[in-house]
Design a protein around this ligand. Structure first.
Ligand code: ZN
Length: 257
């Protein structure tokens, strides 16, 4: 039933643990991290190997606090768009574990995606610093679990006690701790639907990344096609590709603030 993982800077996690998370929730995984005052999302992995490769690259280069999510689809298609984390605005993203019942059913989009569109994106940009708003979210979302990460690398967990800490890592469910045996894996197919980035996650970091230079590109991709994780249009500029957002969607965040 999905698992969200908070992995703080310098804290270790084994490949076997991540593999358990994956095998128990194999409908698409995602990684979120903050670096240099910005948030970044890499998601839509459909193979453990490509997920793990990206995970190691990010850890080794930046050692950031990361949020990870492994999806077990309950509503909506299995595609990159419905993978977590989600950008809420330019300063914060989130992963979710649970079922939000106040959201109308949609065959295309997940309850989490719709909750973000209809609720979280409508809130003030720094809503997560407001205890009352966080309590409203907690109750409105049927007490499901949320893991937020902001552009400063600070995390916020809603319903923290419904998950638990182990070895300095917070897990939203038990799915990391047991190995799936005899799994048939026949839960339907991955919906490409213009949103399959599996082949796009082949990238190298620039070696001479400079934290203070706003215009320095964080990643260098190979000659592949990149699509906006919000609207699906093709991306061309390196700054758009770094964010995996087109400038229109990015400025929508700014306008909302
Ligand atoms: Zn877009």
């Amino acid at each position: 039933m999905c698992i969200a993982v908070l992995l703080k800077k310098d804290v270790k996690i084994s490949e076997a643990t991540l593999k358990n998370c994956w095998e128990n929730n194999d409908d698409g995984a995602g990684i979120g991290f903050a670096y240099g005052g910005n948030i970044y999302i890499r998601k839509g992995y459909t193979k453990f190997e490509s997920f793990y490769k990206s995970f190691l690259e990010i850890r080794q280069k930046f050692n950031p606090t990361m949020i990870l999510h492994f999806r077990w689809a309950t509503q909506g298609k299995r595609n990159t768009r419905n993978c977590h984390p989600f950008y809420i605005n330019k300063n914060i993203m989130f992963c979710h574990n649970g079922v939000i019942t106040h959201i109308a059913y949609d065959s295309e989009l997940s309850d989490t995606y719709l909750f973000n569109q209809t609720v979280l994106k409508k809130l003030p940009i720094d809503f997560y610093k407001n205890e009352i708003l966080m309590e409203l979210i907690r109750r409105y979302s049927s007490y499901s679990k949320f893991l937020f990460l902001n552009n400063e690398g600070q995390y916020y967990i809603l319903n923290e006690s419904a998950g638990h800490w182990n070895g300095g890592v917070w897990y939203s469910s038990e799915d990391y701790s047991w190995k799936r045996y005899g799994y048939s894996g026949n839960r339907g197919t991955w919906n490409k639907n213009n949103y399959n980035y599996e082949s796009y996650y082949q990238y190298d970091y620039y070696d001479n990344y400079q934290n203070n230079n706003k215009n320095t590109k964080i990643v260098k991709f190979h000659d592949k096609e990149y699509l906006c994780v919000e609207c699906g249009i093709k991306l061309y500029t390196s700054i758009d590709i770094d964010r995996l957002l087109c400038s229109k969607c990015y400025y929508k965040f700014i306008k909302n603030t």
